[in-house]
Design a protein around this ligand. Structure first.
Ligand SMILES: Cc1ncc(COP(=O)(O)O)c(C=O)c1O
Length: 359
């Protein structure tokens, strides 16, 4: 007997997440985690939640979190839809919006998961090709906005850290679908986030913003993210999510985390200071850094030997993320480089101590 799975699942390669070594002793600068611990209030909230009751299901809508996030962002709680990491939000959005065969679009290169989610949903994928300076061809953008049911745009982009202006984003809003602004790294940006667009732009009813607590709130190990969108959209998304998609401990922890804005801002300031040092130091070792506004830097070495450099650093127990994108541009070129997560000063010093010898 032959096992038959859906054709598109059989054909897709599947998303490969970054390496997560389970033993200690690594300097881990490969998956954009925050090197600092979460707020101490988070640990207290987890201990309280662990005392229960855990025998009953959690609040299906994660109401305490929605109220706390709404307060921070100055929106109504009905605009907030929590999920088990922002990746789950992206899944909910595509399942809400796309039939098999519909077009899902995204800039390229970008967060590779968008392509995998589209393949799972059996959607057609369309890439908006980015030039080295982050610009795109307006005629192609116009074609995609006519076709796309969902247009995923991370702001800042990963891996380049590029931040597109609201005016540029307005030219990507699908005519019959949603623009999804993935703001996983928005707390590290210099300028305003997309929340203003939700409140004031003429396309606010066609916009979903996704956020995560994995990065600026130091909670990647917990799994918590949320969408912000008009209630007409969150109402539809609620029908698609798992009934109890966030567990009681995660709800308590995420609520405490978002309520401690001072802690988040202090950790962000440390990361931004270390990012400046890293960006200034890399050119001396032959690296060109793409200007970006996230808790990572995208860099290319004059030798082009990016994979080898990462392998050599591995010998020093330092993990960076080697990334290779094919199909870059209409001619199908290849782009590769190294994405370095901004760690603590000590971690970045350890990297800078050896990187010159690894190029
Ligand atoms: C652009 C982007 N969106 C979303 C995520 C996932 O966030 P979460 O940990 O909340 O699932 C990541 C994680 O690296 C990311 O880079």
């Amino acid at each position: 007997m032959t096992l038959r799975v859906r054709r598109n699942i059989d054909e897709m390669p599947g998303y490969v997440p970054g390496e997560q070594p389970q033993e200690s002793g690594w300097i881990k600068l490969n998956t954009n985690e925050n090197p600092y611990p979460p707020s101490p209030h988070v640990v207290d909230a987890i201990c309280r939640a662990a005392r229960g009751p855990l025998n009953v299901y959690p609040d299906a809508l994660a109401t305490p979190f929605r109220e706390a996030a709404a307060d921070v962002l100055q929106v109504d709680p009905d605009w907030i839809l929590p999920a088990n990491g922002s990746d789950e939000n992206l899944t909910i959005i595509i399942r809400t919006m796309c039939d098999p065969g519909d077009v899902t679009a995204f800039p390229w290169p970008t967060y590779v998961l968008y392509e995998s989610l589209a393949q799972i949903q059996d959607c057609r994928t369309e890439r908006l090709y980015l030039e080295a300076d982050g610009t795109w061809d307006e005629a192609q953008a116009q074609r995609l906005r006519e076709q796309a049911r969902v247009f995923f745009v991370p702001r800042p982009n990963s891996p380049t850290g590029t931040v597109w202006s609201p005016e540029a984003l307005s030219r990507l809003v699908p005519e019959r679908g949603l623009l999804v602004l993935d703001e996983a790294y928005a707390d590290f940006m210099a300028g305003p986030t997309g929340i203003g667009l939700l409140k004031t732009s003429e396309f606010s009813e066609r916009l979903v913003i996704t956020r995560t607590l994995s990065k600026s709130y130091s909670l990647a190990g917990l799994r918590f993210g949320f969408s912000i969108a008009a209630p007409a959209i969150t109402r539809q998304m609620r029908k698609v999510k798992d009934s109890y998609n966030c567990d009681a401990i995660a709800i308590a922890a995420a609520t405490a985390a978002i309520q401690d804005q001072d802690w988040m801002r202090a950790s962000r300031e440390k990361i931004l200071a270390t990012r400046r040092r890293l960006v200034e130091a890399l050119p001396a070792a032959g690296f060109r850094v793409t200007p970006g506004e996230a808790n990572f830097v995208w860099t290319q070495h004059e030798s082009g030997a990016h994979r080898e450099i990462c392998e050599r650093l591995r010998q020093h127990r330092i993990l960076l993320r080697y990334m290779r994108f094919s199909g870059v541009g209409p001619q199908g070129g290849v782009l590769d480089g190294i994405r370095i997560t901004v760690g603590t000063d000590e971690q970045v010093d350890a990297l800078l101590d050896v990187i010159g010898a690894c190029v």
